[in-house]
Write a protein that binds this ligand. Sequence first.
Ligand SMILES: CC(C)(COP(=O)(O)OP(=O)(O)OC[C@H]1O[C@@H](n2cnc3c(N)ncnc32)[C@H](O)[C@@H]1OP(=O)(O)O)[C@@H](O)C(=O)NCCC(=O)NCCS
Length: 169
Amino acid sequence: MPKQPGIDADALEIRIAAESDLESLAESFAYGTSAAQLQRRLEESKCGLRTMLVAVLKGRAVGAVSIGGWGHQRVGSLRLFALDVGPAFQGIGVGTALINAVETIAAERNLDEVNLEVEIDNDDAIRLYRRLGYRICGDPVMDRWTLLRDDGTVETIEVPVFVMVKKLD
Ligand SMILES: CC(C)(COP(=O)(O)OP(=O)(O)OC[C@H]1O[C@@H](n2cnc3c(N)ncnc32)[C@H](O)[C@@H]1OP(=O)(O)O)[C@@H](O)C(=O)NCCC(=O)NCCS
């Protein structure tokens, strides 16, 4: 997809996800992440199992990322996961802004590292993380997560992932 002109950083708001973001988030992710999956993420955020952040552009939630949860957790490190930008809004800096916001939160919590897992064949995401200073840590490990579809079906996904980490200055 051709790169669109960049967004004005002032036009993009990053904040904690609210129930009122779900509709526009689901619209932004049509044909991508299901509304059921987004709803589950928000519910987990509301009960403290994760913190879900949204990127809001002109009143519309166009991307999201979560922090916390489990995984290949490291002491003194904040875990970033479920980074997703609506297909029509990719390549304009939303993903970068969400990752920057997570790093700011890590620094505010006096953590000196952000860690994440990325599927070993997700070349676009790995390139982006590398550009932002993340480095692959060790050999691939298996990750497991639950895929919820809007038709009500559920699938457990097990995939090899790289753990990537970035030391914050
Ligand atoms: C991976 C993903 C989150 C990236 O989000 P994004 O909003 O497209 O990311 P950005 O726009 O910040 O950066 C993507 C590319 O666009 C470029 N870009 C960023 N801002 C730009 C701008 N203003 N103008 C032109 N290009 C820009 C970046 O240089 C980057 O290029 P690179 O990949 O060669 O480094 C997104 O593609 C996505 O949601 N993919 C599906 C889900 C997924 O794989 N998530 C990751 C799970 S670990």
